[in-house]
Design a binder for this molecule. Structure first.
Ligand code: HEC
Length: 114
């Protein structure tokens, strides 16, 4: 009984360290150039545009084009972090830290249309 409890505790510790590793941001310094077409747009398409496009601009935000995403970049990032804006995607869960970091780097690099 004691032994199985000990093994269970070890497994739990192992599991916890795994999940902690997963959320480590890939590139805190934004050394990798983020591509709008290959990084930003797919993130927006998979998580946001279903509720934020022409004809269905939830909260008044159409986020389906470079121009719109670029103009609303502060709100986009703020909502992904749930900081200053309602947390998005609506109803959660929040996106992965590494995904949010990509958006932050894209903004920091001057919101390139690349
Ligand atoms: C399931 C539908 C849905 C999804 C998915 C979704 N949104 Fe929203 N979003 C809404 C609705 C509805 C509102 C308006 C909420 C309100 O006014 O109470 C909103 C509001 C917002 C706002 C304004 C929030 C504020 O506090 O002013 C921003 C910015 C936003 N969304 C960005 C995003 C981004 C970025 C994503 C993807 C990560 C996303 N949304 C995904 C439905 C959605």
């Amino acid at each position: 009984m004691k032994v199985s409890l000990f093994i269970f505790a070890l497994m739990l510790i192992g599991l916890m360290s795994c999940t902690r590793e997963k959320v480590t941001p890939i590139d805190q310094q934004c050394n990798t150039t983020i591509s709008f077409a290959n990084d930003v747009m797919p993130i927006m398409q998979a998580n946001c545009i279903g509720c934020h496009e022409q004809g269905n601009a939830s909260g008044g935000y159409d986020l389906s084009s470079y121009a719109a995403i670029s103009a609303n970049a502060t709100a986009v990032l703020g909502s992904m972090k749930g900081s200053g804006y309602q947390l998005m995607p609506q109803g959660g869960p929040a996106l992965e830290d590494t995904t949010i970091q990509k958006i932050a780097c894209w903004i920091q690099q001057g919101k390139l249309d690349n």
